[in-house]
Write a protein of this length. Sequence first.
Length: 294
Amino acid sequence: ETTLKDGENAGGDTHATPEKNKGHQHENHPELNNTTTSEDQSSQDNDDDTKEHDDEGFEDEEEEEEGVEGNGGENKLQKRSSRAPTLPPKPKSLPKPQRPPELPPKPPVSHFEGEEEAAAPPPVPETEEETRARFRGLVIEEIISTEEAYVFDVQVIVNKFLRPLRSSQILTPEELGRLFSNIELVADANKEILSELMAIRGRDPMATMVGNIFSKRVEYFVQVYTHYCLNQTTAMTTYESVMKKHTKFKTFNDRMVHDPDCRQLDIVSFIVKPVQRLCKYPLLLRELMRYTPP
């Protein structure tokens, strides 16, 4: 019996709980007991710190919620808007590049077999006679075109100034004579010259005789223009006098400046036209003789 009891006690020790075994193991190794105790203690301290931190965070959240409720929800909206991420601005859409208009295709150039494209022939130089004829034609055209413009201006003096002033009797006949002299005779003489010049316009410059148109009227031409030119000083003096004396004449002169045919020119500007034209005749005729064959 004593032997059986001892065996039971031995078996009981064999089936002991893990806690008991653990306790027994620690008893046999005291350094392990100290390590385990320190680990358990640090784990417990970490749990306490985490709990305290959670409690503080919970209290902060409660304070923030109370603040938002107290301000009518404004702080809450500002907090949300401040936390919203700032997005970069959207890039502006660039206009799509337009394609240039398509040009129509060039027609194909066809050449016969063995045929080469002919080069432009070199210009043929003018002869001395051709050059002279060309320049003579330019001088004749200048004489005709300038004579045409001059006759137009002389007609303006007669039709726009002299005859209206005569019919309205703004000036006396003596004042009109001193101001315009024999302008009507000058106009008639140049109208005849222009009609003959227009008749030869466009003809062969080497076959036209421009000088004959002037030479056959030299005597009459000189007489008419001499009388007109000698009256220029008297015309200028009369103009200044009637501008001060007759208000209607000044009004008439100012009104005629705006006439399209007058081209912003007054009476004095037209009165000197025959004198200016007479000085140009020698220059034009001399240039014509330069390109006239002997």
